[in-house]
Write a protein that binds this ligand. Sequence first.
Ligand SMILES: [Zn+2]
Length: 221
Amino acid sequence: MRTQMTATRCGWATSPLLVEYHDREWGVDIADDRRHFEFLILEGAQAGLSWETVLRRRGAYRRAFAGFDPRRVARFDDAKARSLLADAGIIRNRLKIASAIGNARAFLAVAREHGSFDAYLRSFAPRRPRRAPRTLADIPAESPESVALSKDLRRRGFTFVGPVVMYAHMQAVGLVNDHLASCYRRASGRGSRGGAANSPRRPAAGASPRDRATAGTRTRR
Ligand SMILES: [Zn+2]
């Protein structure tokens, strides 16, 4: 699809990179486990930073993390982790790199148990759709489902998977549809599986949902 610079879209898409991400990826229903793993790595890397900062480094992350193949990342050893700490293309944070490797191992265990990570994730999808948000302030930072998902992931050994981060993941992969009612992408995804009734939080003006997730990550982990 073509990126439409003049379309009415969610107000957090404020740069060309964010517009492209919003128009092509955000909220599009995916079922591919490697894509889920890619987002988990990028979401973990984001903590404390803007989503745009991470998106700019996506190519470097793809190279550094074996094309986001969880089977290969799960086999990364200490020497590989040290070499990643020297990779200027990615965010060089020891905890985040260790988290990506540990999460790869936990991710494979979940996929073995449930057939796929996607099938596991869908068991946390909200049952009823939520009304379309009219403003960014109507979009919650987390939901009962993301709280339950986060708790279960942590029990399985995942890290950097707080409820706010996991709500951002559910938005990104179309488990909830948080495109604004006025957004031209609202009706385009199949991501209208629903959302939980939840009291809205007031986001920072102009911040993307993931940037708001960052703030929540720091306080909730
Ligand atoms: Zn939108």
